[in-house]
Design a protein around this ligand. Structure first.
Ligand code: MG
Length: 382
């Protein structure tokens, strides 16, 4: 029996993970759960999965949740950053699924590592912001970090039975998002509704916008750098609109291994939870003859400069990746609130990165300071 803390249980990764727990109640038990603000959904999940502790973002929502649960013998209800940290390091859990959105994942991730919990990592921002620190602490504490992101799960799976030193290249695939074929001169007319419509994957709002700007792939490049100990020049991004090949690894001898499947997050989540075992998820294989062809193309960095920003951030390192990440969070939020246009996202991030004075080998404090600086800077540009 694996006991799980699920941070971000009401998001799309969290819900998919709970589907897996529902399918395999003899293997998994949820002992801790957190959700930022969707208390109604969380209350239903609590009734079904009966965790021992839960956490929400603030006291007000903690009171809401307590009312929704009608004072039944429910879980202990915590709130705020301390609540998340408690859930991430909860004594009765073996593995922590970090599936919350954005930089809020960093401190719980470190808390989970310090308490030697195994980690299933869906929150890419954690590694983007502080990959060097997180990976070093994981190594010190003997904690393995299992990737949940489909691309990194694919690479992890392709590496099974292979040696790290035989890797020549990681090839990350990207669907290209909803604007892959839209000409650049029409980008000024992109609406929020257009951007929220992802062709292949159903995901939360932030990551859906990140997919439309290709920033999601940019953040994944930085994530891959840390997870697989490669150099920026050993990572290539390839657009693959069918989203069947989830990523590939090229080896010294010219062999390329690809991991394929239908675009359904359950596969990657379940592999992170149960690897090396594979559980029957009742998922169909891709319909290869129906598809007829799998296609690949180069990303257009004129349309999507976010990839250039990400490669710059991983070459420059220091506090720049954290600045990129924070600037992106604020820009995406502002776009979701219709305060800026789609192309402003790129403009504002670029300006914020340009005006940052980078610190090399930053400690956690400097990273968090750079994160705050970038948020204020981007907000001032709006
Ligand atoms: Mg991904």
């Amino acid at each position: 029996m694996k006991r799980l803390s699920i941070l971000g249980s009401t998001g799309s990764i969290g819900k998919n993970a709970l589907d897996i727990v529902r399918m395999y109640p003899d293997r998994f038990r949820v002992t801790a759960m957190t959700a930022a603000n969707n208390t109604e959904c969380l209350a239903k999940q609590i009734e079904e999965f009966k965790p021992e502790i839960v956490a929400v973002i603030d006291k007000e929502r903690a009171l809401d949740l307590s009312r929704l649960l009608k004072g039944n013998h429910g879980p202990e209800i915590l709130f705020g950053e301390e609540g998340y940290i408690e859930a991430a390091s909860y004594k009765n859990s073996d593995m922590v699924l970090l599936a919350m959105v954005g930089s809020a994942g960093l401190k719980p991730a470190l808390a989970a590592i310090e308490s030697k919990k195994q980690i299933a990592l869906a929150n890419k921002e954690t590694l983007v912001m502080a990959g060097d620190i997180v990976m070093a602490r994981a190594l010190e504490n003997g904690v393995s970090i299992m990737p949940v992101d489909s691309e990194h799960s694919a690479i992890f799976q392709c590496l099974q039975g292979n040696r790290q030193k035989d890797i020549k290249k990681l090839i990350l695939t990207a669907s290209g998002g909803p604007f892959r074929t839209k000409p650049l001169h029409d980008f000024k007319d992109i609406s929020l509704e257009d951007a929220l419509h992802h062709p292949n994957w159903t995901m939360g709002k932030k990551i859906t916008i990140d997919s439309a700007t290709l920033m999601n792939k940019g953040l994944e490049v930085i994530e891959a750098l840390h997870l697989f100990h490669v150099l920026p020049e050993e990572i290539e991004v390839v657009i693959h609109p069918e989203s069947i090949v989830h990523s590939m690894v090229g080896f010294k001898d010219g062999t390329v291994m690809a991991q394929m499947g239908r675009p359904d997050m359950k596969g990657a989540i379940c592999y992170a939870l149960s690897s090396p075992e594979r559980l029957d998820l009742k998922l169909d294989f891709p319909d290869f003859t129906g598809l007829g062809a799998l296609t690949f193309e180069k990303p257009d960095t004129k349309k999507f400069p976010s990839l250039l920003f990400a490669f710059e951030a991983c070459k420059e390192k220091g506090t720049l990746p954290a600045v990129l990440n924070a600037a992106n969070e604020i820009a995406v939020n502002a776009f979701l609130e219709k305060r800026i246009s789609f192309q402003d996202i790129f403009r504002h991030i670029s300006k914020t990165m340009e005006s940052h004075t980078r610190i090399d080998n930053p400690d956690l404090f400097s990273i968090i300071e750079a994160d705050c600086w970038a948020r204020e800077k981007l907000e001032s540009l709006i």
